[in-house]
Design a protein around this ligand. Structure first.
Ligand code: HEC
Ligand code: HEC
Length: 310
């Protein structure tokens, strides 16, 4: 009988060997690891050694591993280099599309399936990167941020108009930016609270939402003709030259509730859209403008504005 066997104590219940440790009469069993587990463990140790030889793994002192601060491994693999290469390939694959886009009219784009497909792909990607934060991923907009899917345009909806809007921005830091400013009628005491209420009721009546009495509407109209018609036009149809919205339709940039309209007239809105010239190259701006145009609401060059009839 060897000393080992002599010392071995087995748990009467499970037959498993004990470690010899004992606390308050409870003995610790020495259950061996399952065989499959051990083999997985050994295999992963072996794999990690192979991996370290072939792939980047260890931090290294500057100079020891060439340009990088880690060992490169035999495969000289670099995610960063892969991304850079993929970007280069993407740019190269798009270069033809961008070149074809240059100077193309929107009709030419619409009639050329290759160009159309290119605009959809490149435009959608650039839109997701640069525009979706404000206009929504589906370009559906939000209060203060116009929906770009519809045919309602503040500053005009031809391909050229949209391109200009993108290039120079709206109330942006660009010398030629599109600019206009509605006065803050309440905050600057240009109108009293009750005058603002009256003109609001008149504005709501333009889209058939007047619950106010004829008296109120008449008073509101008087104020409107003096204070508002120069920008929003006498019939409320708006003015794309000044970015003044149509007030006679059912489309509201800042909200349709009476209280919201009162708030807007009180403070005067000041929507800012960044200028993209200098931030995006011309080709990307063209692709984006065509993309937005093709979202559905683009207006034909020279045709009367569908909305304002002008
Ligand atoms: C920081 C927020 C912001 C970002 C980013 C932004 N926009 Fe805008 N955009 C606005 C606002 C606000 C307006 C409305 C300005 C106004 O009230 O006149 C607007 C207006 C527009 C208009 C004019 C719509 C009309 O009815 O005339 C177009 C077109 C447009 N944006 C396209 C884009 C595209 C394309 C991008 C991405 C390159 C983009 N926007 C990025 C905020 C933004
Ligand atoms: C100097 C031109 C100008 C004048 C005068 C003016 N507006 Fe405006 N108004 C604008 C512009 C521009 C916008 C859009 C601004 C923006 O988006 O930042 C606007 C927006 C609005 C809106 C928001 C519309 C929406 O779709 O949410 C309302 C309502 C409005 N104006 C009512 C009035 C009323 C009522 C008056 C007269 C008391 C008036 N405005 C006078 C230029 C003007």
């Amino acid at each position: 009988m060897s000393a080992d066997e002599h010392d071995v104590e087995r748990d009467a219940h499970s037959g498993t060997q004990t470690t010899g440790h004992e606390w308050d009469g409870i003995k610790e069993l020495d259950t061996p690891l399952p065989r499959w587990w051990l083999w997985v463990f050994y295999a992963s140790v072996a794999w990690s050694v192979v991996y370290m030889i072939f792939m980047p793994a260890w931090p290294a002192l500057p100079g020891l591993a060439g340009e990088t601060d880690h060992t490169r491994g035999l495969r000289d693999h670099s995610e960063r280099a892969n991304v850079a290469q993929a970007m280069e390939e993407l740019q190269a694959s798009r270069a033809g599309g961008y070149a074809a886009l240059e100077g193309a009219s929107i009709q030419e784009i619409e009639n050329d399936p290759d160009l159309l497909g290119f605009v959809r792909a490149a435009g959608e990607a650039a839109f997701g990167d640069n525009c979706a934060t404000c206009h929504g991923s589906g370009a559906q907009g939000a209060p203060g941020y116009p929906n770009l899917n519809d045919d309602v345009w503040l500053w005009g909806g031809t391909y050229g108009d949209i391109r200009t809007t993108l290039r120079v921005g709206i109330r942006a830091e660009h010398p030629d930016t599109r600019f206009s400013q509605m006065p803050s009628f309440g905050r600057d005491d240009l109108l009293t609270g009750s005058e603002i209420a009256d003109v609001t009721d008149y504005v709501l009546s333009l889209s058939g939402r007047g619950e106010a009495s004829d008296d109120v509407i008449a008073r509101g109209r008087e104020i409107y003709d003096i204070q508002c018609a120069s920008c929003h036009m006498e019939d409320g149809s708006g003015d794309p030259m000044q970015g003044a919205p149509n007030l006679a339709d059912r489309n509201w940039l800042y909200g349709s509730q009476r209280q919201q309209v009162i708030g807007i007239i009180h403070r005067g809105p000041y929507g800012v859209m960044p200028a993209w010239e200098g931030r995006l190259d011309e080709a990307t701006i063209d692709a984006l403008a065509a993309y937005v145009y093709l979202l559905g609401g683009g207006e034909e060059e020279g045709a009367a504005n569908r909305l304002t009839g002008r």
